[in-house]
Design a protein. Structure first.
Length: 184
């Protein structure tokens, strides 16, 4: 009987070997696909972020020169169930002319909302005592960096910011700007 199996060319051991190679190949492909997608994501997927879009904050006249004011905008990436939570706040500082700084309201330490105190010229975080100067740079407390800034542009007397993603050190907007506002 062993002569008949050898003549057909496929032994039991050979069959299990082929099945094992096939299963191992499928497992390797399943593991390699997400790794390859991660490695090549900046080349293939990183060019256009569909969540980033330019959102109006208001006219230049709404933000007097030398003052910092709270503004709100509607997050461009919303779902029907978001409701009022899609309205996002930011601090707008009119430096002069068409020069602005638009800060996220979140502290760079743990994300608590910061508040502007014009009397002292400081942004203060109520959670752990973080403080920031009027230009958003770190003044004191646990935050290791300044406030996050949104890229902005002024067109036809209207201030718009690139919103949809909270500016953080790892976000697409932060890597493009390295913490500086973009004026176009």
């Amino acid at each position: 009987m062993s002569n008949e199996n050898n003549e057909s060319g496929l032994t039991r051991r050979g069959l299990f070997m082929k099945i094992g190679v096939l299963v191992n190949g499928l497992v390797a492909t399943a593991l390699a696909a997400p790794i390859a997608r991660y490695l090549f994501s900046s080349v293939t997927f990183g060019r256009v972020n569909p969540y980033l879009s330019w959102v109006p904050l208001g006219s230049v006249s709404e933000f007097p020169e030398g003052e910092t004011r709270l503004a709100t905008f509607r997050n461009p990436y919303v779902t029907p169930t978001d409701g009022k939570t899609a309205d996002t706040a930011c601090w707008v500082r009119h430096v002069g002319g068409d020069s602005f700084q638009v800060f996220a309201v979140n502290c760079a330490h743990l994300g608590c909302p910061v508040r502007w105190f014009p009397q002292s010229g400081l942004f203060m975080c109520p959670c752990h005592g973080g403080a920031y100067y009027r230009d958003g740079s770190r003044a004191s407390g646990p935050p290791e960096r300044g406030l996050f800034e949104y890229p902005y542009k002024v067109e036809n007397g209207l201030i718009t910011i690139q919103a949809g993603e909270l500016p953080t050190p790892g976000s697409a907007t932060a890597s493009l700007r390295e913490g500086k506002p973009t004026c176009a």
